[in-house]
Design a protein around this ligand. Structure first.
Ligand code: GDP
Ligand code: MG
Length: 417
């Protein structure tokens, strides 16, 4: 049975979509290049953008017989405007547009979901400036608007700019601000016994303090990625220097499948329920109660966890070695040799070949998503307990297939009974 599952997944290939949110110059592009050991396209942007635009690049990574479609979405111009009030809007619209595209595919009579390129965001890396003070209002507002739509992994960017003792305090401060503002960040799951220990340890390290660099420096007789300063060298992959390795392990190796699953069963499910209710769909259950987003969230979360397989091949087979750059044509195994030694499923060992083909597409943030201003979710400081967003039903006289873009009316906050 597990072999069947693995073979099926390998044949289909995987897709993984990362959204990088953070102010211009915080090191988003550098970190992505460092994480995937390549040089993605894109010129550094200036600070004069009139608004926030989302730019998406898709790359095809291949390792052995495993294909990974990686999409990196960047928030160009985030934090560059004098009035930052609307900065989160284009991000919310973008995420909803991807949900909507998937929903429209699902609603088709003749669906091709198996070959559909899923553009839903699986992980959102939120880059926090290394101020050592506290989160900015822009960070809190943006994360709060997004936490019911995407798995947020906060990271402290350019953490070499902050001292060790300040960093400890800064992490505590950020965590307490997130909690007191009711911002839900993604927690690495601890109900799968094969990863429970490492995940619970890593949860305690959040937000990860990262350093990015593609520059290689000779340390001893090894070339390592590092940043050199007059007073010393920061090694990106040295766990005493920063949490880059922790982030890479958690994001790409251990929890990639959980991030994908949470996106589908929790965030997309919430969008779908809201949308279908607005279209006039009703479950025929006689006890059918008004839709509660919070209940839906907690319910789907526990269901997901119940179904979790405690089977080590849930870890990502292509991460047993590495990714590659098309330009340098590096062997995939150069990416993360340590991962190769640890627990690589048998099928992914052996000769590794790889290529990366990139194709770039710009997603316009003005995309006409019908729910962009409707399905907003606001939660109380303790969202798991007392509040829910109720969607007002709007009966539809015609089937949704003919009227897929009906207006929605969601977002009133009501206490849960
Ligand atoms: N000190 C420090 N500088 C960094 C780090 N990562 C990137 N940078 C530098 O910050 C500048 C902006 O980086 P970039 O990746 O273009 O930022 P982006 O606008 O967020 O994509 C570049 O000069 C990078 O070399 C880091 O971890 N620490
Ligand atoms: Mg950039």
């Amino acid at each position: 049975m597990p072999d069947q599952l693995v073979n099926k997944s390998v044949n289909h290939g995987f897709c993984f979509n990362i959204l990088c949110i953070g102010e211009t110059g915080l090191g988003k592009s550098t970190l992505m290049d460092t994480l995937f050991n390549t040089k993605f396209e894109g010129e550094p942007t200036q600070h004069n953008q009139p608004g926030v635009q989302l730019k998406s690049n898709t790359y095809e990574l291949q390792e052995s017989n495993v294909r990974l479609m990686l999409t990196v979405v960047n928030t160009v111009g985030f934090g560059d405007q004098i009035n930052k009030e609307d900065s989160y809007k284009s991000i919310v619209e973008f995420i909803d547009t991807q949900f909507e595209a998937y929903l429209q595919e699902e609603l088709k009579i003749k669906r091709t979901l198996h070959s559909y390129h899923d553009t839903r965001i699986h992980a959102c890396l939120y880059f926090i400036a290394p101020t050592g003070h506290s989160l900015k209002s822009l960070d809190l507002v943006t994360m709060k608007k997004l936490d019911s739509k995407v798995n947020i992994i906060p990271i402290i960017a350019k953490s070499d700019a902050i001292s060790k003792s300040e960093l400890t305090k800064f992490k505590i401060k950020i965590t307490s601000e997130l909690v007191s503002n009711g911002v839900l960040i993604y927690q690495f799951p601890i109900d799968d016994e094969t990863v429970a220990e490492i995940n619970s340890t890593m949860n305690a390290h959040l937000p990860f303090a990262v350093v990015g660099s593609t520059e290689e420096v000779k340390i001893g007789n090894k070339m390592v990625k590092a940043r050199q300063y007059p007073w010393g060298t920061v090694q990106v992959e040295n766990e005493n220097h920063c949490d880059f390795v922790k982030l890479r392990e958690m994001l790409i190796r251990v929890n990639m499948e959980d991030l994908r699953e949470q996106t589908h069963t929790r965030h997309y499910e919430l969008y779908r329920r809201c949308k279908l209710e607005e279209m006039g769909f009703k479950d025929t259950d006689p006890d059918c109660k008004p839709f509660s987003c919070t209940r839906s969230l907690t319910g789907s979360r526990s269901c997901t966890r119940m179904r979790r397989r405690s089977w080590r091949t849930r870890r990502n087979p292509w991460m047993t070695s590495s990714t590659a750059s098309s330009r340098k044509r590096r062997p995939l195994s150069s990416y993360s040799p340590r991962l190769c030694r640890q627990g690589a499923p048998p099928h992914s060992r052996g000769t590794r070949r790889g290529k990366i083909n990139s194709s770039t597409c710009c997603m316009l943030h003005e995309a006409s998503c019908p729910v962009k201003d409707s399905c907003r979710n606001d939660f109380s400081p303790n969202p798991w307990q007392c509040h829910a967003v109720l969607c007002a039903l709007q009966p539809s006289p015609s089937p949704p297939f003919q009227t897929p873009h009906m207006p929605l009316h969601c977002g009133r906050i009501q206490p849960l009974l």
